[in-house]
Design a protein around this ligand. Sequence first.
Ligand code: PLP
Length: 452
Amino acid sequence: LEVIASVEPRIAEATRQELADQRASLKLIASENYASPAVLMTMGTWFSDKYAEGTVGHRFYAGCQNVDTVESLAAEHARELFGAEYAYVQPHSGIDANLTAYWSILAHRVEGPWLTDAGVKNMNDLSEADWEKLRGALGNQRLLGMSLDAGGHLTHGFRPNISGKMFHQNQYGTDPETGLLDYDALLRKAREFKPLILVAGYSAYPRRVNFAKMREIADEVGATLMVDMAHFAGLVAGKVFTGEEDPVPYAHVVTSTSHKSLRGPRGGFILATEEYAPSVDRGCPMVLGGPLSHVMAAKAVAFAEARTPEFQGYAQKVADNAQSLAEGFLTRGAKLVTGGTDNHIVLLDVSSFGLTGRQAESALLDAGVVTNRNSVPSDPNGAWYTSGIRFGTPALTTRGFGREEFDTVAELVVDVLSNTEAGTNKAGAPSKATYVLGDGVADRITKQSAEM
Ligand code: PLP
């Protein structure tokens, strides 16, 4: 920090403060974690200075021999860790991984056959008229993903996201009674809509998914099954999700982030079958530019960590702790979407406290409990104010919390929300954003949570 302070002291100070804040508060954001010192240190090296567009052994720049070592090792660890036929570790983030995967699938399923039919190997050889036709074909494909309010991610066909714009998109939800995925309803929708790509995976669905069933549905309608395991990659790596709950044997393409439950550096990666590997391998230059070599190095370190028995123990604790948190809420009378959890996420419906997600999120933050508001299925408050709070156990499990501590977390959260009232705006009208936290509650809870 001294080196940074000698150039820009305010950045050094913000960095120091971030460490203090992350240590003092209860980090319950389901997509966050604490990476190991080895992972963090690997990101801060001179690999950041090196350009290496292309792929291993086939670069558009000279002097990439060390980056080749790094990228090969990261890919090898990823293949071994997940039992995948092929791994691509260049995407800079989860969104990049999804975009790269979409274009790879389009290249494999649409562009390749189209060029073969046209008798052309290279698209640069196409006439302007044929090029327009190919672009039309690429832009006329269908994607079916989980809706945002059911727990899907915005890259799964949400209209304002590029995935909702580049595809004709349709969404599947969950059963209105149980909040659970309804595979029969999904099959009916897929038969009707006939997607090129069926996307499985979620950001806020607190349950496991049966990927064998997902693959059956995809096969029946001729779709490519893409699973976005960004959230639960750590539970797959740690062998908590096995058999039909492990996406790798069933999906054609699996995308992920490396920084959530997997506890690596911020970044993305893709796993694929041999069949899809050649198109995914063209991620750069198709979608990506120069890879972040320092981050690929840190991915290799994180994957190596995840291959240890210690990581398997950690992943099991993440799931056990989520059970404890859910039970802690339920025994205190709170309402959970789907009535519980069997992954690392607990989705609390805060409407029974008379609050919006926005109000609950702010009140909890005042008390040192860091969460994020989240839509619940068919949310009456929409995606901005919402009616839910999403909790995740990966970060505090890294800090050593166990079942007992997570029960206390549930107690603190219920204490804060029971002592918070919806507020009004300046004109005295009800407001979905303002809230009144009971006297002394924030201080009391902050003190308790800082001691944990
Ligand atoms: N996919 C899923 C399921 C996610 O939950 C997220 C992040 O929240 C992403 C993709 C995007 O990841 P990133 O923020 O690294 O782009």
